[in-house]
Write a protein that binds this ligand. Structure first.
Ligand code: F6P
Length: 329
């Protein structure tokens, strides 16, 4: 029998559908390995405040289908300070934690790296964010659900766009990453997709965009026209863009910001399966004594990436843009 370890889990940063299935998988697998599991509440804040709960089968047997996270999530500005990091490290020592599993995104992994300078236990990352902006995995937990949610909303907006012959600018989340916009745009057959990855010069981009929309509407007056726009992709808001399009084309234009609906709801099968796979693999790596890594899945294969390399998304952005250019009609 392997040495009994004590594993702590946090869910950190923006909550994502699939975090609960990941907590479930880690807990059930760890208990099978005869490990103990605790969950700190509210991300790194729980570490600093020593606020945690033991996790057992009873806590996780009915959560695979639930959005959000049973141990709550939060951002934690204190992790950017030396005193916050020291408090977090002390709390882990006090609680006799051997291994910390961080389910979160880029900011959470940066926090994990900083913490590793003050605490010698194992740290394993699991990518959990709707943004899908992490190097070392094809998808992050929550992304598949967010896309489906965005898609459902865009399809509904299309109905009004069609009925009223209106142009719609629909803003989706993604922080600084346009992958939600690209995938939801592809899946919904959006006439335009707007995201930073596609823009070199904003003014040129906007001028061309307005011309393209005007031309398309002039050629087909009964056309519904949907632009899917990633948040933070332009210096103007979705509403301002809709107003400019209306002025330029003479066609009634509206905007809709999808916002937090994309973070909520029951995780779709893809997220539940990914979360289960990554949770189980994380415990295997705990057992092997590994640290400083994130577990991901690329091309169907489980792989590990150093936490320090998870924010280098340059290559995967190029792949996503190439896919978009190839397959958009
Ligand atoms: O990282 C997930 C995310 O929902 C981003 O898409 C968005 O930009 C951000 O979080 C919003 O963060 P908050 O909920 O802290 O305002």
């Amino acid at each position: 029998m392997s040495k009994q370890k004590r594993i702590a889990i946090i869910t950190s940063g923006g909550d994502a559908p699939g975090m609960n299935p990941a907590i479930r998988a880690i807990t059930l697998k760890a208990l099978k390995c005869n490990f103990q599991v605790i969950g700190y509440y509210c991300g790194y804040n729980g570490l600093i405040d020593e606020h945690y709960t033991e996790l057992t089968t009873r806590h996780v047997n009915d959560i695979i289908h639930r959005g959000g996270t049973i141990i709550k999530s939060a951002r934690c500005p204190a992790m950017h300070t030396e005193s916050g990091l020291l408090q977090a490290a002390n709390s882990l020592r006090k609680c006799h934690v051997d291994s910390l599993i961080v389910i979160g995104g880029d900011g959470s992994f940066k926090g994990a790296e900083a913490l590793a300078k003050h605490w010698s236990g194992q740290i394993i990352g699991i990518p959990g964010t709707i943004d899908n902006d992490i190097n070392g995995t094809d998808a992050t937990i929550g992304f598949y659900t967010a896309i489906d949610t965005a898609l459902g909303c865009i399809d509904k907006i299309r109905d009004t766009a069609q009925a009223f012959e209106r142009t719609f600018v629909v803003e989706v989340m993604g922080r600084d990453c346009g992958i939600i916009a690209m995938e939801a745009g592809l899946a919904s057959g959006a006439e335009q997709i707007i995201c930073k990855e596609l823009i070199d010069d904003e003014q040129l981009f906007l001028d061309k965009l307005k011309e393209d929309v005007a031309l398309s509407l002039a050629n087909d007056a009964a056309h519904s026209y949907v632009l899917v726009m990633a948040e933070h992709s332009l210096s103007i808001s979705a509403q301002e863009l809709a107003e400019q399009l209306k002025t330029h084309t003479g066609v009634d234009s509206r905007s809709a910001i999808l916002g937090y609906v994309q973070r909520g709801g029951a995780p779709v099968a893809g997220d539940r399966i990914l979360a289960t796979q990554l949770g189980i693999e994380a415990v295997k790596h705990v057992k092997l004594g590994h640290t400083g890594i994130m577990i991901g899945v690329e091309n169907g294969q489980v792989k590990t990436t150093k936490l320090a390399d998870t924010s280098d998304t340059h290559a995967r952005n190029i792949d996503f843009v190439a896919k978009l250019k190839e397959y958009r009609l």
